[in-house]
Unconditional design. Sequence first.
Length: 137
Amino acid sequence: WIKGLPAQALLQLNRAMSADLTGDEEYLQRYSVPYASVKWILMDRPDKRGQFLANPRRHWQHYATRMSGPRSEIRTWRAWACFAIATRVLPDSEFPKDTQQIETEGLMIPDESKIEDMLCLVGLEGECRIWKKVIKS
């Protein structure tokens, strides 16, 4: 982000949210799952200054629906959580979801209530509360 690469910064936040954490790490006492950072980058709209942002909403839709590997369940719900943040922050006219994928795969995008329920169920302690605070602010 500091180097003017917001899309790369969002990918690095994806990576951070994929870390194998149990919730009792000292680091998490100071820094939570970075939903607020995701929102801040999206609200800043660096694409308006000529920086490449891509389509974060579409990215998280694809990321959530193609997830595999370790801890795929929590990583999927974190991707949907970021998708929901992007949906609230970014204009649909400029950052649309992938309607072709929705139609061809019969994809049902979870609503915020479902995302919250799943983060409470499979996320770190307090994670759903943190996400809810970010999404509502």
